[in-house]
Write a protein that binds this ligand. Structure first.
Ligand code: SF4
Length: 63
């Protein structure tokens, strides 16, 4: 069972970093805010790197 993933869109500063580094998982929506569109698009390790790199730490695993 894959872990669930979400972006706290109120905190996102729209820097594009997650969508640039893991484009198969994250994308910028019509408002220019990051969203998860395919949590299975990359390995958990790669997703964790994007989580760790987010400048405002607004990407989270949902347990
Ligand atoms: S890295 Fe963080 S702040 Fe930047 S777009 Fe992604 S979720 Fe938003």
């Amino acid at each position: 069972m894959p872990r669930k993933l979400f972006v706290d869109q109120d905190a996102c500063i729209c820097c594009n970093l997650c969508a640039d580094t893991v484009p198969d998982v994250f994308r910028m929506n019509d408002e220019g805010v990051a969203e998860v569109f395919d949590p299975l698009g990359a390995s958990e390790d790669l997703i964790q790197e994007a989580i760790d790199a987010c400048p405002v730490a607004c990407i989270h695993w949902k347990d």
